[in-house]
Design a protein around this ligand. Structure first.
Ligand code: PDD
Length: 294
C-alpha cells in the first residue's frame, strides 16, 4: 500500500495529499506523466524515463523540470514505502489556476509521485500469451508526448476488458500503431517489425530495450508501419514497463501464427528476464538504451 506520497517537494501521508480542484491537470488534462518499474527496490531504466518526462514537459511548454532532483525524490518515495517489485507513477501538471484555456501567467506546476507494489506478470500468463482486439485509433497526432489526456486509451482498454481481451491495439489508416498502454512488435520471417518513433506512438522505453536486445541477439529489426491485416505475421507481442514483453496469441478472435508464443518472442523474453535480474542485483541498464534521434 502507498502510505507516503510525494507532492510538490514534500513527502506526505496519502490521506493528507491535496491538490486544488482547479489544478489544470484536473480541468484540462494539462500535464504529463511517467511510470517507472522497480525490481527488488531498484529502478529499471529510470534515467531514460526521466529524460522522456523532461521531453514531454518541454513539448507541452511546462516550466523546466529538475530531473535529477525529481529522480532522487522518486527513489525516496519508493524507499519510504518499502516497495520491492513495484512501480512509481510521476505526474507533472501546469498547476492550479482559474479555468481559462491559455496558460496562466506564472504557472506553478503540481508535481506528484506515488509508488505501489506490482508483481511481474505471472509465469502462466507469459507462457500462454494474451488475446487482443483492434480499435480505431482516434487519438491526436502527438502520441509521442506522454500526456495524462488518456480518454481514448481508457475507452479502448475498457472495450478490451469487456471483450475478454488483455489489450486493445489501435489501428490508424490500416496501420497497427500501438496498444492503449503498450508498443506492438510483429515477427515476420525472423525479423522484428515495429512502428517507427513518430507522432503516432509513444517512444516506449521497453521498446528501445527490445531493440537493443535484438541487436545483441542478431535479430533483424525494421522500424516500419505494420499493416493491421497482419499478413505474413508469424508472431506478435506487446511491450511496456508494467507488462514487460507479452506474446499476443490472437487478435479479434483470430490466432496469430500457431496461436502460441513464438520462438523469437520467447528469446526476447528470456533476455528481458536477464535485464530484470541485473537490475534486481543493483546494476543500471540505462547504458543499453539508445537516445532518440530528436
Ligand atoms: N504506458 N504506448 C503507450 C500509449 C503507453 O501508455 C505506454 C506505457 C507504452 C509503453 O511505454 P514504456 O515501455 O516506456 O512503458 C506505449 C504506461 C506503462 C502507463 O500508461 O501505465
Amino acid at each position: 500500500m502507498a502510505e507516503i506520497v510525494y507532492l510538490n517537494g514534500r513527502f506526505v501521508p496519502y490521506e493528507e495529499a491535496r491538490v486544488p480542484v482547479e489544478d489544470r491537470g484536473n480541468l484540462f488534462a494539462d500535464g504529463v506523466y511517467e511510470v517507472i518499474r522497480f525490481y527488488g527496490g531498484h529502478p529499471f531504466a529510470m534515467q531514460a524515463h526521466m529524460e522522456r518526462l523532461a521531453r514531454s514537459a518541454r513539448e507541452i511548454r511546462l516550466p523546466e523540470i529538475d530531473v535529477a532532483a525529481l529522480a532522487e525524490a522518486g527513489l525516496e518515495t519508493v524507499r519510504k514505502n518499502g516497495i520491492g517489485d513495484g512501480s512509481l507513477y510521476v505526474q507533472v501538471t501546469r498547476g492550479p489556476a482559474p479555468r481559462s484555456h491559455a496558460f496562466p501567467r506564472e504557472p506553478k506546476p503540481t508535481v506528484f509521485m506515488i509508488a505501489r507494489e506490482l508483481a511481474r506478470p505471472s509465469r502462466s500468463l507469459v507462457e500462454q500469451g494474451v488475446a487482443c482486439i483492434t480499435v480505431p485509433d482516434i487519438r491526436w497526432a502527438r502520441c509521442d508526448i506522454k500526456s495524462i489526456g488518456l480518454l481514448p486509451n481508457v475507452l479502448a482498454k475498457q472495450q478490451a476488458v469487456e471483450a475478454g481481451a488483455f489489450e486493445a491495439l489501435f489501428v490508424r489508416d490500416g496501420i497497427l500503431t500501438e496498444g492503449t498502454s503498450s508498443n506492438v512488435f510483429a515477427v515476420k520471417g525472423g525479423k522484428l517489425v515495429t512502428h517507427p518513433e513518430d507522432g503516432h506512438v509513444l517512444p516506449g522505453i521497453t521498446r528501445r530495450l527490445i531493440l537493443a536486445i535484438a541487436r545483441e541477439e542478431g535479430i533483424g529489426v525494421e522500424e516500419e508501419p505494420l499493416a493491421a491485416a497482419l499478413d505474413a505475421v508469424d508472431e506478435l507481442f506487446i511491450s511496456s514497463t508494467n507488462v514487460e514483453v507479452m506474446a499476443v496469441v490472437s487478435v479479434d478472435g483470430r490466432p496469430v501464427g500457431d496461436g502460441r508464443p513464438g520462438p523469437v518472442t520467447r528469446r526476447i523474453q528470456a533476455q528481458y528476464d536477464r535485464l530484470v535480474e541485473r537490475v534486481r542485483a543493483g546494476e543500471s541498464i540505462d547504458g543499453l538504451i539508445a537516445p532518440r534521434a530528436s
